[in-house]
Ligand binder design. Structure first.
Ligand code: BG6
Length: 517
């Protein structure tokens, strides 16, 4: 019997969301000599070229202070690509074609003459879309955003109305609290509409994070269960096996709450818990995310004391090797109270989720690097097998966001044999096994969406601001309170003991992300 299926059968039911390749444009990277350009942006553009996803004609201009020719910049980037490309070896033919589109513009961010030079360079590309359709990537300090925007506007490169399109791409941190985020947002939209601003949270570019919406809203079998009637609680873990490394200076200002919770974790939470949007249009999706964030119950100082745990790592062992404590890291104050770990219990006051705890945890120097959402169902009634003394595991669905991307369902099955033994078993979907090892970098997707002008994967102004409100209420309670002994954890362990107590209060326990392959 022939069991092979035709291509037509295999793709039956696929929803193809192919769209036209974006039109010609120029991309200007401000702060181009920084790490981000060599490490993420150029490898992403190179792969987009390799996959033939870039516009038919485009230019990438690096704007930075150091003196350099176009060829010198290309040479540097080519060397960096050896290190940072996700596919090896680098395809020379693709690189050569790509490199012809790379240009360097030397200039100081505060110097109007430098922007004039930039304008001349863009005009030299032609008077059409390469001059008018412009993507400005602000890979600078956020404190410089206002200056850059004012200058590009003055140089006639950025308009609210006019020929072509212009968009501004910015990365986190979007401020360090609500007030600074609001000020930043005002600067970003001084000479541009909100729709022209693409705020990147690289988690939204991850395949598995995007898949949350497909998983929830294209499968009736799961969506029917997705509410307080059947779900007991949800755990979102983003654990990292790395410490702060050489980012001590930045981390002292950020801490886990600002670095991970305000953005990545609240984004994942909003996708997991939001209502179905009326369409897949950017504003419909973002409206639902905002609605969800707004329904998170505000935390009073008393709630913070009961529902939020912070921690800081002290010296410990990672991969069998000793590692220093946070306070011994470079550029970290020896008596720093900055948290490298945070765990929260959030409640969502809406019809679907009332009473269901959402536990979020993230930290540095934890035992493994893994991001996972675990949705745990209510236990069965204590009759039949449970009444006979079997300890029954509640059912759970885990969405493994990284690594070993996949989804698994945990349920109970009979142990073969004459006894009535029951134990948890697992059904598992693995991205690798199903689709092959296709793991484009988040930046590839995000840059393409920014060029194409689809805002779905970018964070809207109100999303940022609500997320800050949540985080600010926690920070306000922590401020000026030094860490206590119970808030420290050894590097290489799962955070402070208080984090286990947080769940134990409601009879719950953290589940380690499963290393399924
Ligand atoms: C960044 C944080 O936004 O995300 C880092 O600043 C963190 O501290 C990183 O390590 C985690 O991203 P990923 O993609 O490795 O999970």
């Amino acid at each position: 019997m022939n069991t092979s299926i035709s291509l037509e059968e295999a793709t039956a039911g696929n929803i193809s969301a192919e769209r036209k390749p974006p039109g010609p444009c120029s991309i200007v990277i401000f702060g181009a000599s920084g790490d981000l350009t060599a490490r993420k942006l150029i490898p992403a553009f190179y792969h987009l070229c390799k996959d033939k996803l870039m516009p038919p004609s485009f230019r990438v201009v690096g704007f930075a202070r150091r003196e350099k020719t176009d060829d010198e910049w290309r040479y540097e980037l080519r060397a960096a690509l050896n290190q940072f490309s996700r596919t090896k070896p680098v395809d020379e033919k693709v690189w050569k074609e790509f490199a012809m589109n790379l240009f360097y513009c030397r200039g100081d961010l505060t110097d109007a003459a430098a922007y004039k030079k930039l304008e001349e360079m863009l005009t030299s590309f032609g008077s059409g879309p390469l001059r008018e359709n412009l993507l400005f990537y602000l890979a600078t300090q956020p404190s410089q955003f206002g200056t850059v925007i004012e200058q590009i506007h003055r140089a006639g490169l950025l308009h609210k109305e006019g020929a072509g399109w212009q968009r501004i791409v910015v990365e986190k941190p979007f401020g360090h609290d609500l007030a600074s985020a609001q000020a930043l947002n005002r600067e970003l939209t001084r000479y541009a509409y909100e729709q022209q601003v693409c705020r990147i949270d690289h988690y939204l570019g991850k395949e598995t994070v995007q898949n949350i919406l497909m998983f929830r809203f294209s499968n009736s079998v799961f969506e029917r269960l997705w509410n307080r009637n059947l779900i007991d609680h949800v755990q979102i873990t983003v654990s990292e096996k790395i410490g702060v490394g050489d980012r001590g200076g930045y981390y002292e200002e950020a801490g886990a709450l600002r670095d991970m919770v305000q953005n990545h974790m609240l984004q994942v939470l909003s996708l997991i818990a939001m209502e179905p949007p009326v369409s897949l249009a950017a504003e419909s999706v973002r409206d639902e995310k905002v609605k969800l964030l707004k329904s998170i119950r505000p935390l009073t100082p008393e709630d913070v004391a009961k529902q939020v745990v912070r921690g800081q790592y002290f010296a410990g062992t990672i991969n069998g090797k000793p590692v220093p404590g946070y306070r011994q890291e470079q550029k970290v104050k020896p008596d720093s109270n900055v948290e490298t770990y945070a765990a929260l219990k959030l409640l969502i006051d809406n019809w679907r989720w009332s009473g269901v705890p959402f536990y979020l945890r993230t930290g540095k120097y934890l035992p493994m690097s893994a991001s996972e959402v675990r949705v745990q169902f209510r236990p069965v009634p204590n009759v039949l097998f449970a009444a006979r003394g079997n300890k029954l595991d509640p059912n759970a669905i885990a969405l493994r966001l990284q690594p070993n991307e996949g989804i698994y369902l945990r349920f109970n099955g009979k142990v073969p044999g004459i006894s009535l033994g029951v134990r948890p078993v697992r059904m598992h979907f693995s991205y690798d096994a199903e689709f092959g090892a296709y793991t484009p970098e988040a930046y590839e997707r995000l840059l393409l969406e920014a060029i194409a002008g689809d805002a779905t994967l970018f964070i809207r102004r109100d999303e940022v601001e609500i997320a800050w409100q949540i985080v600010d209420s926690i920070r306000a309670s922590w401020n000026s309170k030094p860490l206590t002994n119970r808030e420290f954890y050894a590097a290489g362990t799962w955070g402070p003991v208080a984090s286990d107590d947080l769940l134990a209060q409601s009879g719950h326990a953290w589940h380690e992300p499963q290393m399924v392959k």
